[in-house]
Each structure stands twice: as C-alpha cells, then as structure tokens.
Design a protein around this ligand. Structure first.
Ligand SMILES: [Zn+2]
Length: 372
C-alpha cells in the first residue's frame, strides 16, 4: 500500500489497483503532442516509473498541443522538459529522460522491465523498429496515431501472447509505398523529399494519450484480452470502433521471426553465426553493403561488405565522389542478408544493437556490443 492520501479517490474504484499501477515501469517513445498526454495521465495515475525518449527540442508550434511545455521551454530538449514536469506532478515517480534516437539509447538488457512501451512518434520507421524490438523481447507494445479528426490506439500484448498480431501485420501496402517514396535505393533518405506533416490538435492527442495510458496499464497477467486490437475514435461524431488485429501469414516480421525467441548477448558475431550457414538474418535497420559508379567504375565493398548504417547517409551518396557523375552510383542496401555474408564482418563492430534469424522452429536474437 502507498502510505499517503494522494490516491484516496483511486482506492474507491473497485477495478483500480493502485499497487499494480505503482509497480509498473512504462517506456514512452516520443514526447510530442500524444506523448505529453500519455505522460500526464500516467503521472496523475501514480505509475511507478517512466522512461521518456525523445531527440527533438520544444518549438513554438508545439505549445498548442503540449500540456507539459511552456513558452520558456522553447529550445529545450523535449524528453528532459517533460521529465521535469512529470516530477512536478508527482515527485514520487521515478522518471528518466533519454535524449536521442530510442534505438541508440535504449538499454536492451532492461527491456523486459517495461510493463509496456508506448509509441507516440509520428513516423512509420520508428513504429516498425519499435514493433520489432517489442515482439522479439516480448514487451507489450502500444502504438498511437492521430490526425486532425481521429485518434487510433493499437495494442500488441506480446508479453501475454507471443502469437499476437504485430504492427506490420496490420500495415497496409500503401505505407510501404510511402516509405519507398521517401527513400531511394530502399534505405537512403531523399535529400529533396519534403515530408507532409499531418496537422493535429490536442483533442485527438488527448483521446489517443488517455486510451494508450489505459491500455498500457491493463496488460498485466490474466488480462482479459490477449489479442492485438485497434481502437479508432472519431473526435467529431464521437463514434468509436474496436477491431482485432490478427497475425497475418505474409507479415514480413511474423512470417520470418516465429516464437519461441531465444536472446543471447554475443561478443563476436562471427562465431555466433558459424553454425547458421545460409540462414537469412534480419537486420533491424538497413545497412549499405557496397557501391559502384556506373560511369567510372569507382566502388567499394564488393570483396568485404562495408556494413554502413543507411540512416547515416542520404541520397547524395548516389553522386560519384570520383568522376562527379550525378546519380550514377549503384548502392547495395539490405535489411535481410545471408548469415555467411554477415559473417564477413570479422572482428569489425556491426553498427546495430542486435540481429535476428528465424526458422520454422523459432528465432534467435544476438545482442551486440556497439558504440552508438
Ligand atoms: Zn506481424
């Protein structure tokens, strides 16, 4: 029991266990409009611990949708600012701000401490990567989405049910098309591509935020609903729908990486891959293996792959640094490669936190030591 009267009203609710809420650690990725609402709800409910991830800074236009930010916060890091305000709301909550891309700052050894990770970002790449991580580590995953009218909250109870549908099971092909428009060669950011920002208001953000907080706290052992599902709310008509998100046989994640999942930390990836022969290895983000200029023949990586993170480069890499020919460089980018190819990494560090390989009998995850 928590020895103060702060939660006295909660104690009157027969289905609300303050001790369970107090025992929960929740990861919140993205401290923007929806993240603010999620954090506000979880803080007022008296959650035990919050880890807040964000790499952005507060901008003036955030102030119309962000209950935790003030005008004097403009220019400050969103994660740190939100953490400070959560501490003001309830000083007894253990809050940690993680500044940076969650993929680079996440502690993979502590993932299973999370009762849930709530995704409050507005881009598909981050959702896809978080979904993969949560599915492999069996962490409950809540995804949110908002526009100016509607709020969507998806629940993927991976801790309860490893066979639950995943975020990519529910992803329509149009999203992959949109992603490929943003990238050239399947993984390099197009330098000229201007992304359309979806306008939102605090109305849809608060609907999504409160539903996400509610879902996250209702995924304990024995939760009545162990299947993935989507809640869709129209903020203008007030209508809402709930649909189940079943596992799809052709899902790029679920078809490749089946349960059970075994996770091992490895120092030398090459040795870990030795017995895997020609098994396909899934990379959590695409890597550049090689490049070659069609015009002058300048290239690299054909004997020993380069293993560069595609996200560290952009479409300027297709302009040849040798002969200057624009767009003449063919770049080999992969997010799935044979184990034998990956073994060519030798003693070099792989710039990824983990790789995974699946077969009909299950999945193996190798967690790597890496410097971000
Ligand atoms: Zn799936």
């Amino acid at each position: 029991m928590i020895p103060n009267d702060r939660y006295q009203r909660h104690s009157l609710i027969d289905w609300f266990s303050q001790d369970d809420v107090r025992g929960a650690r929740i990861g919140v990725v993205g401290a923007g409009a929806v993240g603010n609402e999620v954090l506000k709800c979880l803080a007022l409910l008296g959650v035990g611990a919050l880890d807040i991830f964000d790499l952005d800074r507060v901008e003036v236009h955030n102030l119309t949708r962000s209950v935790l930010f003030r005008e004097s916060d403009i220019g400050r890091n969103k994660a740190e600012c939100a953490a400070e305000r959560v501490r003001e709301l309830d000083p007894s909550i253990a809050v940690t701000a993680h500044v940076g891309d969650f993929f680079r700052v996440l502690d993979f050894d502590r993932l299973q401490d999370y009762a849930a990770i709530i995704c409050c970002v507005d881009n598909f790449e981050a959702r896809i990567r978080l979904n993969l991580i949560c599915k492999l580590w069996r962490v409950n995953f809540i995804n949110t989405g908002v526009d100016s009218r509607n709020a969507v909250v998806d629940t993927f109870p991976f801790a309860l049910n490893p066979e639950a549908g995943c975020y990519e099971c529910a992803l329509p092909p149009s999203v992959y098309q949109r992603l490929s428009q943003r990238y050239s060669c399947g993984g390099l950011k197009r330098i000229a591509f201007v992304e359309k920002r979806i306008p939102t208001t605090v109305i849809t953000a608060s609907l999504a935020g409160s539903l996400a907080a509610s879902r996250a706290l209702r995924l304990g052992p024995g939760a009545p609903d162990q299947n993935a599902g989507r809640i869709f709310v129209d903020s203008i008509t007030g209508s809402s729908t709930r649909t189940e998100l079943p596992q799809r046989a052709d899902c790029p994640v679920c078809s490749q990486l089946k349960a059970p999942v075994r996770i091992a930390r490895v120092d030398r990836l090459q040795a870990a891959l030795e017995n895997l022969a020609d098994a396909e290895v899934t990379l959590p983000e695409p890597l550049i293996l090689s490049f070659k200029c069609k015009s002058c023949g300048r290239g690299d990586g054909h004997d020993t792959p380069l293993f560069w993170r595609a996200s560290d480069h952009d479409s300027r890499l297709t302009d040849c640094a040798g002969c200057g020919a624009e767009g003449a460089v063919d770049i080999e980018i992969k997010d799935r490669i044979p184990a034998q190819t990956l073994a060519l990494i030798g003693d070099r560090p792989l710039p990824l936190p983990f790789v995974a390989t699946g077969s009909e009998t299950g999945t193996r995850v190798f967690v790597l030591r890496w410097e971000s």
